[in-house]
Design a protein around this ligand. Sequence first.
Ligand code: 4AD
Ligand code: MG
Length: 464
Amino acid sequence: THAPVVDVLKGKYAVGEQVTVKGWVRTRRDSKAGLSFVALHDGSCFDPVQVIALNSLSNYQDIQRLTAGCAISVVGSVKESKGQGQALEIEAESVEVVGWVENPDTYPMAAKRHSIEFLREYAHLRPRTNVIGAVTRVRNCLSQAIHRFFHERGYYWISTPILTASDTEGAGEMFRVSTLDMMNIPRTDKGEVDYSKDFFGKETYLTVSGQLNVETYCNAMSKVYTFGPTFRAENSNTSRHLAEFWMIEPEVAFADLSDVAQLAEDMLKYVCKAVLDERADDMAFFAQRINKDVIDRLEKLIHSDFVRMDYTDAIEILKASGKQFEFPVDWGVDLSSEHERYLAEEHVGAPIIMQNYPKDIKAFYMRLNDDGKTVAAMDILAPGIGEIIGGSQREERLDVFDERLEAMGLDKEDYNWYRDLRRYGTVPHSGFGLGFERLVAYVTGMQNVRDVIPFPRTPGNASF
Ligand code: 4AD
Ligand code: MG
């Protein structure tokens, strides 16, 4: 078997030892002295390995035709590198061209700097670039660290359904799933679409959140979480919204809002530390090329306590800021991203746990506070991106819950299974949802969530 480039560069093989490496050419440079330097990458680490090919190789003419993107297999021996950069390189004994680039002039990922917008048009080739390779490794590191964090704390990972009849967030931003024949839609006597004739016998959607389902498992298994794809038909063309994104949703029994606020803080610290420990190579690149503060800000996040702030106090701070916001601030309004960013970036300069929002701007399931006006909700706002986490204590009192449903014009019958949890051994419980792409964007400093998910889905774009 062949060696990953990372093993060669980290010195797993002795100088002089024979290794085989396989991957794609990033650059080739020929020296007048009759040899070529080929930078080969295989995704296993940030740096490519330098392969030295001497003109004594039988297919040296082929090597001189190598261009960015060609796939090669190299057998050679490990050498100490005389050049700057890497300590180790490979002197080739043979180079096999596995796949040519058929016309180098048409290869979109040629080794030069491309704009991030240009790369988006090549979602199938962009993982070959430095930047998307680094994002991909950090994203993987974060997912593994999240699972490890919850596993170490005794949480069970629950798979919640993607097809559902419930609108968890009640925001009406769902993608409908139907097998009805669009040319011949069945209608009721009133002329409405007759979903009883549809596959599931009722209107069905892609889930916006696994929360309601995971709450049922929480009320039996105590500590649980979901980690899966969620879908929102929000028509927002912003740098922080996707129509398909991944969400991590822990749910904890016998826990109140401050317990899960602490859980969120611990989790963010744990996973950010994992990235600094495990992906130093990629983080150095992000600090150099994307955002110079990106490492400092993670260090700071790991070593300081998050600031906790009440919504009501935040409104006062925003009013006193003297800033002209596009959306005016007053008690009762939802915070927009400019407000969130002002608070996190300019006022505090670190992540904020914002708590106790007005009930009218939050979902039906959040627990009513004693003031009767606010709910036990929390959002975590991070500098550079705004809201990365939204969570709450859930309303566990059936009578209060029913009143809320009624006030919001929601049908009790639709929530009977959820109401059962409040009837049979109800307990205080709380949870939150972390938007995974927003976390990856925050950690890497990437400006747009479209560049931290392999195949972004946004309004008007579901190619690839
Ligand atoms: O605040 P949200 O809507 O909360 C929920 O869905 C709750 N059910 C979570 C829970 O308590 N279990 O979404 C949670 C997070 C947001 O803070 C944000 O980071 C992310 O999901 N998010 C999005 N990320 C990318 N694109 C979108 N369109 C997003 N909408 C929400
Ligand atoms: Mg939210």
